[in-house]
Structures are given as C-alpha cells and as structure tokens.
Ligand binder design. Structure first.
Ligand code: XMP
Length: 326
C-alpha cells in the first residue's frame, strides 16, 4: 500500500543499495525538494552524505538560519556552508538589468557550488573515500517534462544546483523521482523536517536579487528583507499561507515618492505586494486578500521600515504580468 512511511522505508532501502559504502553530495537551496531529498539520503546513509549550502546573501530573513540550524538539527546532516554574500554583491554592483542580474547570480552560484563540491571530493579522496553520487531533488513532473531520461548528470540549471565540473562524473541519486509535490511535503513531515521548510512557498533561485528593481546593494537587501518579513508574518498570522501560491514583495529602489510621517515630509521608496493564486505558476491571478490584512501589512511596513513611505498592491494577472517583477 501507498503510505508515506512505506515510501520512506522503500526509498531508504533503495538508496542504501544504490550508494553502498560510497559517499554522496547534495546541494541545498533552501527549498522543499532538495531538503527532503537530502533528509531521505541522510536517513539512509548518514555521514556518507555531505550537503552544501551556498549563502548568496539574497535570501529572505531567517531562511539561511532555517537551513544552517533548523534543518541540521532536524536531520543531523553534515553541512558545508559557503558564505558568499560579498562575492555576489561585488558581482552585482552597478547592475540594474534584470536578465544581466539573473545571469550573474546563476554564474556565480555555479562557480561557488562547483568549488565547494571539488573541495569535498578532494577531501574525501584524501581520506580514501570516493564521492560518486550526487543527490538531486528531481520530482515526477520534472522527470516527465524532460522525457523520462535517467542516468548521469544532465542537470537543469533552474534547479539551482548548477552544472558539474567537467572532470567529475557523478551518478545521480533522485529519491523523489516518483513523487508529486504534496507527497514530497508528506515525506518531509514524516522525516520531521521543520514546518517552515516543508510548507515553503516557491521562491526564485536568484532570490531577492530580482525583487529589487534597480541595483542590488546590501542596504536595499536589508530593507527588503524587513518588509518581506512583515508581509510574511501577517499572512501567516491571518492563516493565508496555504491559500496563496506566493507573495513576492518587491522594492522599487529607483522610485521615490513624497509622503508625510510624524511631522515631517518624507521622500521614500514604494514597496509592492504581489500576492497570487495559481496551480502551476504558468498562469496566475492576483489574490483577493482581505482588506484588514492588507491594511496591517501596509501600516507595519511604513511604520517599521525606514525609507519606505508607500505600499502598493499589484492587481495584474499572469499573463500579462509575470509573477516576479524581473
Ligand atoms: P514568473 O515570474 O516567470 O515566475 O511568472 C513563475 C514562477 O517561477 C518562480 N521563478 C523562479 N524559480 N529560479 C527558480 O527556481 C528562477 O530563476 C525563477 N524565476 C522565477 C517564481 O517565483 C514563480 O513561482
């Protein structure tokens, strides 16, 4: 019978058989799929697995801690964290064009990830243990989409795990290949992963880098992180997390408008709320959020976030608007 605990048991057995006594590596993105795949493999082979997490400084408030502390606490996984914030900020300095930002973030991510991977392979090799396996959080819909192929690495870059160094060939371990998203969440729950990871809404690989309209700087990222955290907190408090597909919070960094706060004139930035409902992100409609929730978010953001004096609501469906602004 098809129960979540059977799925876990069978996957663990299959992973043990596939990997044997060799070593495996898994990149964590902060998303559900890589987290559940890693937790399953960890359950199967323990310390033969090492995870890599690249902190590019473009994550939302608390997300890196979720991976670095909560995920590790829940699974006991060995984790290599690469702090790369400054590297990403340097690479993004002066860049406002959306596609250029995406290319830079993708490129830097692959470089950092490959370097970390090569280091791990070298360290393990020095200890006489071959690293032959790469864990991927590929889901059933991904398998169908790419024609059902399997085997050695040919990885879609949108999965955040980048390409592989030319000189290393890995066998793929894909424990989620037969599962849909909701089943993956059930497996994550069964494995005791933190709620915040198991029920995470979609978040783009380039992170907040594509939610700042204009140049990406540390100050702007910090500002957006605060505004985003407030919006998420209020949506969660209102019990709306499962109802909305996702709610990008966007900083119009190159726009200023006049406002009045306290007894002074302000000249600050607008924050855009982009709550959407969707089945698959291919099309979307703007979510009709309750006015009182919108009101709380607006009041809190303008009160609590310096330099923001206006909150606006994006009421565009997709098409014609995409979900993200860049
Ligand atoms: P758009 O903006 O194209 O977004 O309507 C559709 C969905 O994809 C997410 N998204 C991304 N996810 N890497 C990702 O992993 C990316 O580069 C990326 N860009 C957009 C977006 O958040 C939405 O869920």
């Amino acid at each position: 019978t098809w129960t979540t605990s059977n799925v876990v048991e069978e996957s663990v057995a299959a992973i043990r058989e596939q990997v044997g006594t060799k070593r495996a590596i898994c990149g964590l993105s902060g998303g559900v799929d890589s987290a559940v795949a890693a937790a399953l493999v960890q359950k199967a082979i323990g310390d033969q697995l090492t995870c890599v997490y690249v902190d590019h400084g473009l994550m939302r408030k608390g997300e890196s801690e979720q991976v670095e502390k909560d995920f590790v606490a829940a699974t006991g996984v060995q984790l290599k964290v690469v702090e790369a914030e400054q590297r990403f900020l340097d690479a993004l300095a002066g860049v406002s064009d959306p596609e250029e930002k995406r290319k830079i973030i993708g490129r830097e991510f692959i470089r950092v990830f490959e370097q970390a991977q090569a280091e791990l392979v070298a360290e393990a090799g020095a200890a006489g243990e071959a690293v032959e396996f790469l864990v991927q959080g590929t889901l059933y819909p991904d398998v169908v989409e790419s024609g059902g192929g399997t085997g050695t690495a040919n990885i879609k870059s949108h999965h955040n795990v980048g390409g592989l160094p030319d000189d290393i060939e890995f066998q793929l371990v894909e424990p989620l290949r037969r599962l849909f998203k909701d089943e993956v969440r059930n497996v994550g729950q069964e494995l005791g992963l933190p709620e915040d990871i198991v029920h995470r809404q979609p978040f783009p690989g380039p992170g907040l880098g594509i939610r700042i309209i204009g140049e990406v700087t540390k100050d702007r990222l910090d500002l957006l992180r605060e505004a985003d955290a407030i919006a998420r907190e209020e949506l969660t408090a209102a019990g709306l997390d499962r109802e909305i597909w996702q709610c990008p919070v966007v900083l119009l960094a190159d726009v200023r408008s006049v406002g009045v706060q306290g007894d002074g004139r302000t000249y600050g930035h607008p924050i855009v709320l982009r709550p959407v409902s969707s089945e698959d992100a291919m099309t979307a409609d703007w979510s009709r959020l309750p006015y009182d929730v919108l009101s709380r978010i607006s009041t809190r953001i303008t009160n609590e976030v310096d330099e923001v004096n206006r909150v606006v609501l994006d009421i565009t469906s997709k098409p014609p608007g995409t979900i993200e602004w860049e």
